[in-house]
Design a protein around this ligand. Structure first.
Ligand SMILES: [Zn+2]
Length: 292
């Protein structure tokens, strides 16, 4: 567990995925050789020549508040376009329960964006239909993301198979009246503020946590790999707006270095989070203490 003033942050893992190195444009063997001392073994496998991507759920607690940040890929999903998330049985729900999360008591589910690996456990299969996993929570969803994924609006021209994530993980919580549509500029109360970090996804949002002089920022997919702290011009192949993704990454890194803020991304290997420290004209990655 990490403490940021009065807040406690923990994580529950769904799966570790092998990520081919073509995830990052620009990554080649010389870069890996130059960085192997800190990339191996937590971020890169030399044996198999792959990067590691965690899929996990962050849990943020203070007092009696429980906030879940993103909900993984989900089980039992029909994902013909995303084989890594197709019809899986990874049981993230059991992991959350084992971590002491009372599903009825979760008050907020903060969805950074609506990609397949961030919204799965919004819902769970009950009989033949998907129902909200956290029945008393407010699910916070970006207006821009909702517009982009809705088959009746921004996703109308996309193939129907790409609508599945929306239909089984987003629509059921909308239909249940559990969604608050937000802009990404709102406050969630004392010390908790949404930030707009568009690019990887059009309406992507982060969450800034401040308490007692400390700061952490849930930055989700602003960077998929810690190498991007050193090479911030590199996007992942999944970034939807490449120029905007670079612009957002530059802003986030500058802020993190200026403020000494802990960066909490969605897919980094152990210790899953860390700091951007200034290094010459750029930055280096400093892993956080291994406490999660
Ligand atoms: Zn992601």
């Amino acid at each position: 567990m990490i403490e940021i003033g009065d807040f406690r942050i923990s994580r529950v893992e769904e799966v570790v995925l092998d990520e081919p190195t073509d995830l990052l444009g620009g990554l080649d063997d010389s870069i890996i050789a130059a960085n192997r001392d800190w990339m191996v073994p937590n971020f890169y496998s030399e044996e198999r020549h792959v990067l590691y991507s965690m899929i996990h759920c962050w849990i943020l607690r203070r007092g009696d508040r429980t906030i879940i940040v993103d909900t993984g890929g989900g089980d039992d999903r029909d994902r013909p376009l995303s084989p890594r998330f197709h019809m899986q049985k990874r049981h993230l729900d059991r992991g959350l329960a084992a971590a002491g999360v009372d599903f009825e008591a979760v008050d907020t589910v903060f969805l950074t964006h609506l990609h397949v690996d961030h919204v799965g456990w919004n819902t769970r299969l009950e009989g033949d239909r998907f129902v909200p996993t956290f029945p008393n929570a407010r699910y916070l969803v970006s207006a821009r993301e909702l517009e982009a994924r809705d088959p009746g609006r921004g996703a109308a021209s996309k193939p129907p198979a790409s609508w599945n994530t929306y239909l089984d993980a987003v629509k059921p919580v909308l239909d249940a009246g559990l969604v608050d549509v937000v802009e990404g500029t709102e406050s969630l109360g004392d010390g908790l503020d949404m930030i707009q970090i568009p690019g990887h996804a059009p309406g992507m949002m982060g969450l800034r946590v401040r308490s007692k002089g400390q700061e952490a920022v849930f930055i989700t997919d602003v960077m998929h790999q810690p190498l991007q702290v050193l090479y911030p011009q590199w996007n992942s192949k999944f970034c939807e707006n490449q120029d905007m993704a670079r612009e957002t990454r530059a802003k986030v890194l500058k802020h993190a270095a200026d403020e000494g803020a802990l960066l909490l991304p969605s897919h980094y290997g152990r210790p899953f989070c860390g700091f951007a420290r200034r290094d010459g004209s750029g930055y280096r990655f400093e892993p956080a203490p291994d406490v999660l």
